[in-house]
Design a protein around this ligand. Structure first.
Ligand SMILES: O=P(O)(O)OC[C@H]1O[C@](O)(COP(=O)(O)O)[C@@H](O)[C@@H]1O
Ligand SMILES: [Mg+2]
Ligand SMILES: [Mg+2]
Length: 338
């Protein structure tokens, strides 16, 4: 055997093995986190399979449509929520769940309770479902203070306290991007094997990007720093070429592109929505955590996004996140305006 060639062969790493490897860094670990993640992975596989069949809904009676027998079916975002709630509770490792789809936090029954809090957006970018554009699931994981007495204050923690965060994108491939606090890794589902395989090890967002991503339809209501930033992207005055605009309208897909290609994603405050649109706990925090773990930054217009402490579970926040240098630029514009 050619040992040199063998040494250069890349290891085949499944998500389960990756998480088990991470676990060995914590000798006191009881494997609870690994079990929790395996249930999140299960939820992602289930939703991925439902999303891929969404276009057939009318024929076969899948989510959100009336089937040929005239039976009403559940909408895909409602179905996804039920899948994740069930998968998380049955892991036996969660104590509080916060979902975009549920007005109140879910406190898990004592008999099935564990140490982890999971905040999640079961189906992000849901307006893109019907045209087959990429959508996803976003999640963040916190630890509860006292497993026997979980309270809502356990959920209202700063984003910097997250233990882990990730998203699964249901796009041309099903890709799960995860950080457990030591970098960011991306896994692609091999549909025939049913396994997520490490395809994007140690993702680092380029230090500076050539793309900006924003809903320009809101431009007439923007504040001055955002307006100036976008103007600079289109009409640079430093001799650099104009930046490209890319906006999918699914946060998962826009952030995935930003992580891999660099650039900046903006959902600013505006006159109509003074807190922006995106939800702090299950959209802004997990994505900001991933961006920082990949070497980028996340800023609210006033402060580091992960330093915010939510006052309520469905609170919103403006956010600017992406390549380190691009976020520095918007920070400088806000500093100059204040
Ligand atoms: O349509 P807009 O205002 O540009 O908003 C797009 C944003 O809204 C969202 O779709 C909100 O997510 P949901 O589909 O989970 O409600 C984000 O994914 C996306 O970044
Ligand atoms: Mg969303
Ligand atoms: Mg959603």
């Amino acid at each position: 055997m050619d040992h040199e060639a063998d040494a250069h062969r890349t290891d085949l790493m499944t998500i389960t093995r990756h998480v088990l490897n991470e676990q060995t860094k914590y000798p006191e670990s009881r494997g609870d986190f690994t079990i929790l993640l395996s249930h999140i992975v299960l939820g992602c596989k289930f939703v991925c399979s439902s999303v891929s069949k969404a276009g057939l809904a009318k024929l076969f009676g899948l989510a959100g449509e009336t089937n040929i027998q005239g039976e009403e079916q559940k909408k895909l975002d409602v179905l996804s929520n039920e899948v994740f709630v069930k998968a998380l509770i049955s892991s036996g490792r969660t104590c509080i769940l916060v979902s975009e789809e549920d007005e109140e936090a879910i406190f898990v029954d004592r008999s099935k309770r564990g140490r982890y809090i999971v905040v999640f957006d079961p189906l992000d970018g849901s307006s893109n479902i019907d045209c087959g554009v990429s959508i996803g699931t976003i999640f963040g994981i916190y630890l509860v203070k006292d497993e026997d007495n979980p309270t809502i204050d356990d959920v209202l923690q700063a984003g910097k306290n997250l233990l882990a965060a990730g998203y699964c994108m249901y796009g041309s491939a099903c890709t799960l991007v995860l950080s457990t606090g030591s970098g960011v890794n991306g896994f692609t589902l091999d549909p025939s094997l049913g396994e997520f395989i490490l395809t994007h090890p140690n993702i680092k967002v380029p230090k500076k990007g050539k793309i900006y991503s924003v809903n320009e339809g809101n431009a007439k209501n923007w504040d001055e720093p955002t307006t100036k930033f976008v103007e600079k992207c289109k009409f640079p005055t430093d001799g650099s070429p104009p930046r490209s605009l890319r906006y999918i309208g699914s946060m998962v897909a826009d952030i995935h592109r930003t992580l891999l290609y660099g650039g900046i994603f903006l959902y600013p405050a505006d006159k109509k929505s003074p807190n922006g649109k995106l939800r702090l706990l299950y959209e802004v925090f997990p994505m900001s955590y991933l961006m920082e773990q990949a070497g980028g930054q996340a800023f609210t217009g006033k402060q580091r996004a992960l330093d915010l402490v939510p006052g309520k579970i469905h609170e919103r926040s403006p956010v600017f996140l992406g390549s380190y240098d691009d976020v520095e630029e918007i920070k400088a514009l806000y500093a100059a305006a204040n």
